[in-house]
Design a protein around this ligand. Sequence first.
Ligand code: ADE
Length: 239
Amino acid sequence: MTILLVIAMEAEAAPVRAALGLEGPGQQLHLAFPAHLWATPDEEVAVASNGTDARFGVAAIATQPAVTTTLHAIEACAPRLVISAGTAGGFASRGGEIAKPYLASRVVFHDRRIDLPPFDRYGDGDYAVADLSAVATSMGLATGTVSTGNALDAPPSDVAKMGATETVAKDMEAAAVAWTCEQLDVPFTALKVITDLVDHHETAADQFTRNLALATKTLAQTAADLVAALQDNPLLATK
Ligand code: ADE
């Protein structure tokens, strides 16, 4: 059964597909959405990429495309595991470095501020994450909290929230992918590589632009290694 990687930007997805030997234009998942799916001939591995927003002409990032792509890709390939793969902001104060990869041990939202219990817990999400700690240890891969929001910047309330959850990777998709997986009872994790440090004087945008190529190279290599480790592990071979 398939391991499915869901990736937001084509700049992230193309190196991952190359590392996994996935070629060609892919299959459009739904006529109304730009996302495409690539799969190996044996259907062991698949990559879904959000594609380009038709109106704005940019990569369809953030939470709404993450949900629709994940839904349509799961319907298309019935995966045994979904991996939200991509880049993220890191925290030097918690050991973060440019191009450092992380595997998720927890996935939450940091910007769904609903100070009205019990909606507060609904807002935070805190979705189920597959326990792949043994695989992470064997690969020497750091683990930690991935926190999702719909902004590239981080106002003080978001920074405080990510401090409370000891976030190591701040992204714009993982929790949305995780929510979709939870609805459909599909195991989920996230693999994120750092392009920028949230606790740095430069803007996230400047750091992201400078470090994207380096981080996506690491993403491609780590994603290929993780898929190989998951395929080799008999305990993880079936759902
Ligand atoms: N992806 C890469 N860097 C990010 C950041 N700082 N915030 C959200 N998503 C990101």
